[in-house]
Write a protein that binds this ligand. Structure first.
Ligand code: 13P
Ligand code: ZN
Ligand code: NA
Length: 284
């Protein structure tokens, strides 16, 4: 069934497994990640970037979501990823998104806190949840983000933000970055433990693509219950398309449905292996 973000993350946080939060960008990728969740008996968070919401349209995307999740047996939730625009947040909450990441990390933390409190109140009226962020995560996610190294706030600033806003999920900067890592990331594992020790809230691990199995396992163990994956699915989609097209073009075969079948299977397999790795497989 479609459930709230908290339904999914409370169990994952308590039992210390990670749930993939995968950015989809069309009907094929949405269907593929849902199929993987069913195949693996795993909960799943589907995410949309603001860019995806705008390009597909809120109504069309939400219609696909309701059609594809009708009767689904595993818990799934729909989340709006990094959104600095209050109007887009309102539109998505009104339509039925289960949670939003209000990304005001570009604002001074006082103003971010003030506005996040408003977004939390708005979400609560819908029975929806909120992810908060006070430090811009390096790299650009569908046009949102910054290429300059994130300024990490003092631990106390993060704790004060959590206390004041009561966000349901927190996305700290721990040396993680969106996109593929150009150099091996220097991760601040301890920061996750330090936050969770004082304020036990599920942590969102951004910039998942490119981390090692060991890094995932360690961070999930410390409380990263939501593991964001975007670039890896885009890469799977593009590389499997390219490989398929090269092969079929050589044979002068031009059949779109067989391209989609092939790419879909790669996407299902990729999402399924994340569920195994993060420990969400078999939890339903
Ligand atoms: P990657 O693109 O590095 O997987 O990051 C995903 C993410 O954090 C989405 O918010
Ligand atoms: Zn992110
Ligand atoms: Na990454």
């Amino acid at each position: 069934p479609v459930v709230t973000l908290k339904d999914i993350l409370s169990d994952a946080f308590d039992k210390r497994y990670g749930v993939p939060a995968i950015n989809v960008f069309n009907d094929l990728t949405l269907e593929a990640v849902l199929a993987a969740a069913v195949e693996k008996s795993s909960p799943l968070i589907v995410q949309t970037s603001v860019k995806t919401v705008k390009s597909i349209g809120v109504d069309v995307f939400y219609s696909m979501w309701t059609a594809m999740t009708a009767g689904i047996e595993v818990p799934v939730a729909l989340h709006l990823d990094h959104c600095p625009e209050r109007e887009v947040i309102t539109t998505c909450l009104d339509r039925g998104w289960n949670s939003v990441l209000f990304d005001a990390s570009h604002l001074p933390v006082e103003e971010n806190t003030r506005q996040t409190i408003e977004v939390v109140a708005e979400a609560r009226r819908h029975g929806a949840h909120v992810e908060g962020e006070i430090e811009s995560i390096t790299g650009v996610e569908d046009g949102i983000g910054s290429d300059t190294v994130a300024r990490r706030q003092d631990l106390q600033v993060a704790l004060d933000f959590l206390e004041a806003t009561q966000v349901d999920v927190f996305a700290p900067s721990i040396g993680n970055a969106h996109g593929t890592y150009k150099a091996a990331p220097q991760l601040d594992f301890q920061r996750v433990s330090d936050i969770v020790a004082v304020h036990p809230v599920p942590i969102a691990l951004h910039g998942g693509s490119g981390l090692s199995d060991e890094q995932f396992r360690d961070l999930i163990d410390r409380g990263c219950a939501k593991v964001n994956i975007s670039t890896a699915l885009k890469e799977t989609f593009m590389k499997s398309s390219l490989a398929f097209l090269q092969e079929t073009a050589a044979k002068d075969k031009w059949d779109p449905p067989s391209l989609f079948r092939s790419v879909r299977q790669e996407a299902v397999d990729m999402a399924g292996s994340l569920m195994e790795l993060f420990g969400s497989a078999g939890r339903v």
